[in-house]
Design a protein around this ligand. Structure first.
Ligand SMILES: *[C@@H]1O[C@H](CO)[C@@H](O)[C@H](O)[C@H]1NC(C)=O
Ligand SMILES: *[C@@H]1O[C@H](CO)[C@@H](O)[C@H](O)[C@H]1NC(C)=O
Ligand SMILES: *[C@@H]1O[C@H](CO)[C@@H](O)[C@H](O)[C@H]1NC(C)=O
Length: 491
């Protein structure tokens, strides 16, 4: 290969960045592994140094041409497929609580649990967002152990495919402070894949350029394949890789419903009624304009009144805002100028407490229908979770949900109008403007036709199992990766 001789001084600078950021992941991992208290700080620091230095040392040795050990010789646990030197370095915000993190974990877990004959090993690095100790503490023990094991797995760069699973601004060279992906630039690894997605109708020119630096770009839906290609991403690089959903975990037959009244705060509707909740609509979202909470409240408050046996539960959390959602809703209702119905407003509850991942299935189980009139989604994880839990789902038929939501398995909300994104990094792009009137019709319809809704909900779960179960998606991912190895390394 006619690559230019590497400039070692430059490379060493890059590696010092790598060492620095790697040590943050190590710090969290070792808190778990060694179970140190703060009084052990000194011991902890020195171990951290030793461990991190070892890992980086092996990368350095390799790139400078001194490497001659077997790739996994320092690893204490055996990674399935350890007989192969083929490796995937998956870099994602594994230690943060966002959508990229949950997606990355869903791939890692499905590859590990449901791939019967792996032909490559996997190692991970945290990248692309700030680490959260709270998030790390909330992970299942099994997941933490797996993180440690995968983090310790060592790979030769020249036999490694890198997956950069994050927003393109974090890719090499990063636009903000994060461990770059790939860590040392594009030329040292066998192949580099970018996994990303957007919620609007196009991709920014800066992001298009970053996508085109990748060997492959993985996006979750057909919608993204066309919006990326139309925006200028090289069509030969764009591959659709859907997101897995853990249908064994989100299985309605395994759970009893959560007591919603115990965790929700009543915002609208009279407490005096003691007839129970009646029909429960559930929505799950971050508190931002994109999620269409304004459309949802308008439709619900215009369609229903306090004399009906119906309730709306909003599980939400803050997104660049404070978390006084109750007052935000009251202010919004006041601005709307909807006259309070004679029988009062229908119930609106807010759940702003953290609901642990392990309790999510019980939350869905307590609802009769799920509703999210979003303006745009990358994938729409809560929608898919609700479908896996056999709930009838009403969601905007645009962007992510078009990949899995149909009139057979749910209630797609037809989009007739687009609107302009008014603020943030995607200002000026277009996204969907869901219709309040159409949403009213669908919410009324779902409530009045429970048998039909049940059939669609059941079909929703069937479709999730068939198309997005972990073993199905693990195979899709593994096939893509193996194809790249086959192309690059002739055996
Ligand atoms: C996938 O892995 C999960 C967790 O280990 C397991 O419960 C499930 O049965 C597996 N599915 C298949 C088809 O192997
Ligand atoms: C990667 O480098 C190692 C050590 O230099 C070498 O033994 C191995 O054959 C290389 N692998 C490939 C696929 O070139
Ligand atoms: C939803 O959107 C898809 C893709 O644009 C379209 O093919 C489908 O007909 C739409 N479904 C409904 C019910 O509007």
């Amino acid at each position: 290969m006619d690559q230019p001789t590497p400039d070692r001084s430059k490379r060493q600078w890059k590696f010092s960045t790598f060492v620095y950021f790697s040590s943050i992941l190590f710090l969290l991992l070792s808190i778990f592994v060694l179970d140190f208290t703060t009084t052990d700080l000194y011991k902890f620091q020195s171990l951290r140094f030793t461990f991190t230095a070892n890992r980086i040392y092996s990368y350095l040795q390799f790139l400078l041409g001194f490497y001659n050990g077997t790739p996994d010789s320092n690893s204490e646990t055996v990674n399935p497929g350890s007989s192969t030197s083929h490796c995937v370095l998956w870099m994602a915000p594994f230690l943060s609580s966002g959508g990229y993190s949950s997606e990355a974990w869903s791939y890692i877990l499905s590859l590990r649990r449901n791939l019967t004959h792996p032909r490559f090993r996997i190692t991970i690095e945290h990248h692309g967002d700030l680490e959260s100790v709270e998030f790390w503490n909330g992970l299942a023990k099994e997941t933490k152990e797996l993180a440690v094991e995968l983090y310790r797995t060592q790979c030769r760069p020249n036999e490694t495919i890198v997956v950069c699973h994050s927003e393109p601004g974090a890719w090499y060279p990063p636009l903000f402070e994060t461990l770059p992906c790939p860590p040392t630039g594009y030329e040292d690894f066998l192949s580099v894949i970018g996994r990303t997605m957007f919620e609007t109708d196009r991709v920014n020119p800066e992001h298009v350029e970053r996508c085109n630096q990748m060997d492959h770009v993985w996006v979750p839906t057909e919608f993204h394949v066309s919006s990326f290609v139309q925006s200028g991403v090289d069509s030969s690089k764009v591959v659709k890789i859907v997101q897995p959903i853990d249908v064994a975990f989100f299985d309605p037959s395994k759970y009893e419903p959560l007591d919603l009244m115990a965790i929700g705060d009543l915002v609208l509707g009279s407490k005096m009624k003691n007839s129970g909740l009646g029909f429960v609509f559930l929505s799950v979202f971050k508190w931002e304009q994109r999620k269409g909470w304004d459309v949802l409240l308008k439709a619900y408050l215009r369609e229903f009144s306090g004399k009906e046996s119906v309730a709306l539960f909003l599980l939400t959390n803050a997104y660049h805002s404070d978390s006084d959602f109750g007052n935000k809703i009251l202010d919004f209702v006041e601005e709307l100028n909807i006259e309070e119905p004679r029988n009062g407003y229908p119930f609106v509850y807010v759940i702003d407490k953290h609901v642990a991942q392990v309790d999510l299935p019980r939350l869905y189980k307590a609802a009769d229908a799920f509703v999210l009139p979003t303006r745009g989604e990358g994938w729409g994880r809560p929608i898919v979770e609700a479908m896996a839990m056999s709930l009838p789902v009403i969601a905007t038929n645009w962007s992510g949900p078009t990949e899995y939501l149909t009139e057979q398995n749910g209630y797609p909300l037809v989009v007739e109008e687009m609107s302009e994104v008014e603020e943030g990094p995607f200002e000026g792009h277009q996204w969907a403007e869901p219709s309040v009137d159409k949403l009213r019709v669908l919410m009324r319809h779902v409530m009045s036709n429970p048998d039909e809704a049940k059939v669609k909900g059941k079909r929703g779960r069937d479709d999730m199992m068939q198309k997005f179960a972990p073993e199905v998606v693990a195979k899709v991912v593994a096939d893509q990766i193996e194809r790249i190895f086959d192309e690059k390394i002739r055996t």
